[in-house]
Design a protein around this ligand. Structure first.
Ligand SMILES: [Zn+2]
Length: 89
């Protein structure tokens, strides 16, 4: 086999519980098996060093297609119809 991956399987670190999650076959866990933190935006356990100031921040690329994205906004409670006052004696 001539093909050799340049990088070995580096474990990723959970940003929440700081547990090392092994990357098997280049496939990382989508969620932390320990605390359930979303790991889709977590890369290898390397310190994020802003070496390129001025570089545009890359938007969160959907590296894991099919992964359900949790909605940011919680469903708001339904409004009470205007005019209806709380008059309950
Ligand atoms: Zn965790």
């Amino acid at each position: 086999m001539c093909f050799r991956p340049a990088v070995v399987n580096m474990p990723i670190e959970c940003p929440n519980c700081h547990k090392k999650i092994p990357v098997v076959g280049g496939v990382k866990q989508k969620k932390c098996p320990h605390c359930g933190t979303d790991l889709t935006s977590v890369t290898a356990a390397a310190p994020s060093a802003p070496s390129a100031p001025g570089a545009p921040a890359a938007p969160s690329a959907p590296s894991a297609p099919g992964a359900p994205r949790a909605p940011h906004d919680a469903p708001s409670a339904p409004h009470a119809p205007s005019g209806t006052t709380d008059k309950k004696d």
